[in-house]
Design a protein around this ligand. Structure first.
Ligand code: ADP
Length: 402
């Protein structure tokens, strides 16, 4: 059975076609700069990559292009072979604790969550409708970035504001990157704990341009660092992460700016970019730090320290830890940043790390960085959100997930 995993953004449409249950990738690509005359369409399959620049004025045209390419290249002989289209949805709010069939009722709920995610929710709905039109017989499913975090307890997800406000406006820690954390925790349990989740305590670190940590016990999330929106938690590429909330008011006063203008600074101009004054990309920060740039060095240390703080918090929250997983753009590719983080936590947690091995792990490699005697295992595991999205779509179709 062919299952299409889709990630629809406001001006992009990423896709990956899987043969399930073999989990074989048949092709992948994306339509980028949708809405422009010079949009980009990419497809890679059989080790070949193709790229075209052409007008893609809306998502429906993007979907059409994907489908035409699949047919032209013989990846799909008949469109009925694509039995499931499984969509990534960023915000599932209070409604979704697992993946579901994407129908009009699901669409209505996602639409009602737009205030919590004004950037992505409309794009997800457009993606859903565009595929519905082109592949009316396929089952569409929705996989939520927040769903994995719905198992948290109130003490972990509530903010200490007046309770009636939390209840009235559904204010809570929803978290993000749940699909990735879920994949990483499952993969860690399978590869390092003989597939037995019971009793296993994992601190999973998804560190990319957006970053979040999750504490999991028995394979389930008990705490996560991102908050109501992806602004909370650890420091990120351009986002502050957690902050004394009074900085907002004070800065608004100092700069004579509105809250929303300050909010924009917190979201887009802070983090590695704001502290270093150089870039939000760790590759640029590392290069500048190695040349002795003081702000670059400070930004890198701050970044690592905020992650170390959360690891410590989750170590306590879990009553210990069996494994720390590092993943996503930075976690998978940056020995420099991994070392900064691990050096910050190794003494307290009794880690024994093979730093020589650390230098050789990047570009999609999985590796156990901790040595035999380490009190906690430390692994780099490349994440695969698309596979998780396809898996859930397949499970819903075959009745394995209800
Ligand atoms: P997101 O999915 O949130 O956009 P990623 O997980 O792809 O982010 O992470 C992207 C970030 O990872 C980059 O901004 C950069 O800081 C960092 N990075 C470090 N090394 C690499 C690399 N070799 N390839 C890609 N990203 C890298």
């Amino acid at each position: 059975m062919k299952v299409m995993a889709v990630n629809a953004g406001s001006s992009s449409l990423k896709y990956k076609l899987f043969e399930m249950p073999e989990e074989k990738v048949l092709c992948a690509g994306n339509a980028d700069r949708i809405g422009h005359e010079d949009a980009i369409f990419k497809i890679s399959h059989d080790g070949k990559k193709e790229e075209k620049v052409l007008p893609i004025m809306d998502h429906a045209t993007g979907v059409r292009l994907i489908i035409d390419a699949l047919m032209e290249k013989g990846i799909v002989k008949d469109l009925s072979e694509i039995e499931v289209v499984s969509h990534r949805v960023v915000q599932g709010g209070k409604y979704f604790s697992h993946s579901v069939v994407f129908d009009e009722d699901t669409a209505k709920k996602i639409d009602s969550l737009t205030p919590l995610d004004p950037l992505h929710a409309p794009a997800h709905l457009i993606g859903y409708r565009a595929f519905r039109k082109e592949l009316p017989d396929a089952l569409e499913t929705a996989v939520f970035d927040t769903a994995y975090h719905q198992s948290m307890e109130e003490e972990d997800y509530l903010f200490p504001i007046p309770l009636e406000l939390s209840k009235m406006y559904d204010i809570r820690r929803y978290g993000a990157h749940g699909t990735s954390h879920h994949y990483l925790v499952d993969k860690a349990i399978k590869d390092y704990f003989g597939g037995k989740a019971l009793g296993v305590r994992i601190i999973s670190c998804h560190i990319g341009s957006g970053a979040s940590l999750t504490a999991a016990r028995d394979g389930k999330c008990v705490a996560t660092s991102m908050g109501l929106t992806p602004l909370g938690g650890v420091m990120m590429g351009t986002r502050t992460g957690d902050l004394d909330p009074s900085v907002m008011d004070y800065l608004a006063d100092c700069l004579q700016k509105s809250c929303s203008e300050i909010y924009d600074i917190f979201n887009r101009k802070s983090g590695l970019l704001g502290v270093s004054g150089i870039s939000n990309d760790t590759r640029d920060i590392e290069a500048a730090a190695l040349k002795g740039d003081e702000r670059a060095i400070l930004s890198a240390k701050l970044f690592a320290r905020r992650i170390a703080d959360y690891v410590g918090q989750y170590y306590v929250r879990l009553g210990g830890a069996d494994m720390i997983v590092l993943s996503a753009g930075i976690g998978e590719n940056s020995p420099y940043f991994r070392k900064l983080i691990l050096e910050d936590i190794q003494e307290a947690l009794g880690l024994d790390i093979d730093y020589g091995l650390n230098e050789t792990v990047f570009g999609g490699k999985q590796a156990l960085l901790s040595k035999e005697g380490s009190k906690i295992k430390v692994a780099v595991i490349p994440t695969d959100e698309e596979l998780m999205i396809a898996r859930d779509g397949y499970l819903i179709k075959t009745g394995g997930l209800r």
